[in-house]
Ligand binder design. Structure first.
Ligand code: EPZ
Length: 426
């Protein structure tokens, strides 16, 4: 298993280009199952989850062509889907495989998808996805660890769905189910994340009729069929946010390009409150500088447009360096503080009580060996390693490889002393 070795204390300076958003690329790749025609996708980040998604589509007999591997351009042609199944072997490595359920139900009227289990950050059920599909006329059984779903009438029917809780992939799955359903579907309390809006945009290019994008009520008028299209996914707002913290925490200056500052409103505001100077240079570029004085600021994670749970671990790393107390409230996932115990081992003053994390700073962190437990926790540990004295070794970095394209190369490019140490295959 690969590790990262970081020698802390380097000031980061230079320019970093942000890659495409993993959490946009996953649903738009799944959406290619909705048509027999060719779908060309650009700006797909070169990360492990997208390779897993391409394997899953290929397993279903979609033709996935790439010019390089890992690829940033994919051409997907789902002429005929012979295996409407997402097997356990793939789902266990990537929960987002469940995003194929909606498109399969819409296009073929049946699907067998392994139930994604819990993961390190929480139980993460998919009950709301299934309930909504049932409202649309699907018959669903779960047995032997699989969701077995079929549409007895051949075609899903539009329905009025009110999500009990805001769910990002749930909204995406049901959007993809509804675009080919008979009649109108109304989704209330839908997720408003930019990744959902990106999917709506791509589906629109394929001929879907959707209104209300960017709001919590989406109206979808089902059409008989969709056609091929070409689409470029939006920049990864979480990667951009992670580099904002990297610039701020090391006292450097980073120009962050190919991003959409507009998608980072809550993060930019919170970092500003903590004393981090951020300048929006233009629609796709931001400049961040190290704070003259970093001060603690409380934060509560929320659905978009609130402060993203996917930025919580990175913010915690920053808070360890801020003067005073920062109270972090995690409202989305029940167990998303696994990085805290590792930061404490590095010398941070953090106490966690349920969904609350209290960070008292500033603390001089010192390098040691720590374990990455999930994607964003790993990013938080990398940031902590950048300011720790001495050497930090981060184990199990396969988590970070799932979602950050070339993080070692990008950080080295702006002056970080970080290297990947290759280990035996796990
Ligand atoms: C998406 O996960 C993202 N993944 C996550 O990013 C992100 O953390 C999360 O949204 C929240 O923003 C992808 O887009 C692929 P949810 P998702 O359904 O859709 C509960 C990362 O690091 N819930 O919005 O799985 C759920 O347990 C990842 O890139 C139900 O109870 O999250 C959670 O508490 C991690 N029943 C809350 O809702 C359901 O049927 C929000 O989850 C569905 C969700």
């Amino acid at each position: 298993m690969d590790k990262f070795r970081i020698k802390g204390g380097k000031v980061l300076r230079g320019t970093v280009a942000i890659s495409g958003a993993k959490n946009s690329a996953l649903p738009v790749m799944a959406a290619a199952l909705l048509t027999a025609e060719k779908v060309t996708l650009h700006n797909i980040p070169k990360v492990r989850d997208l390779i897993t998604m391409s394997k899953l589509l290929a397993f279903m007999d979609a033709k996935v062509s790439v010019t390089e591997m890992p690829a940033s351009d994919y051409v997907i042609e789902a002429l005929k889907l012979n295996h409407v199944e997402a097997p356990y072997e793939l789902v266990k490595t990537m929960r987002a495989s469940v995003l194929t359920l909606g498109p399969l139900m819409a296009r073929v009227g049946m699907a067998r998808v392994s139930l994604p289990g819990g993961c390190a950050i929480g139980a993460r059920p998919v009950d709301l996805h299934l309930k909504a599909l049932e409202q649309m006329g699907a018959e669903i059984e779960t047995s032997h660890g699989y969701i077995e779903a079929r549409v007895p009438k051949g075609r899903l029917k539009g329905a009025h769905i009110v999500f009990e809780k805001i769910t990002v992939t749930g909204t995406e799955n049901i959007l993809m189910a509804a675009v080919l359903a008979e009649g109108e579907t109304v989704l209330e309390n839908a997720a408003r994340e930019p990744e959902v809006t990106d999917l709506v945009e791509m589906l629109g290019k394929m001929g879907a009729e959707i209104s209300g994008h960017g709001t919590s009520t989406l109206r979808i008028r089902g059409v008989d069929q969709l056609h091929g299209t070409e689409h470029s996914v939006i920049p990864d707002r979480i990667e951009a946010g992670t580099f904002l913290v990297a610039g701020a925490i090391t006292g450097g200056e980073l120009m962050i390009t190919h991003c959409e500052p507009e998608h980072l409103g809550a993060v930019i505001a919170k970092l500003g409150q903590a004393g981090v100077p951020i300048e929006i240079v233009n629609k796709t570029t931001m400049r961040v500088q190290g704070a003259k004085r970093l001060v603690g600021a409380d934060v509560t994670t929320e659905e978009y447009p609130g402060f993203a749970t996917d930025m919580q671990a990175q913010y915690m790393a920053l808070a360890t360096q801020a003067e005073g107390t920062s109270v972090i409230s995690e409202t989305i996932f029940e167990n998303r503080y696994l990085h805290a115990s590792e930061m404490i081992r590095m010398g941070a003053n953090i106490s966690v009580d349920g969904r609350k994390g209290v960070v008292r700073g500033p603390a001089q962190l010192s390098g040691t060996t720590v374990q990455a437990s999930d994607l964003r926790a790993s990013a938080g540990l990398v940031l902590a390693g950048l300011v720790a004295s001495g050497e930090t070794t981060i184990e199990r970095v396969y988590h970070i490889d799932r979602g950050y394209e070339g993080i070692v190369e990008k950080l080295r490019g702006v002056g970080a002393d970080i290297e990947r140490v290759h280990g035996a295959a796990s």
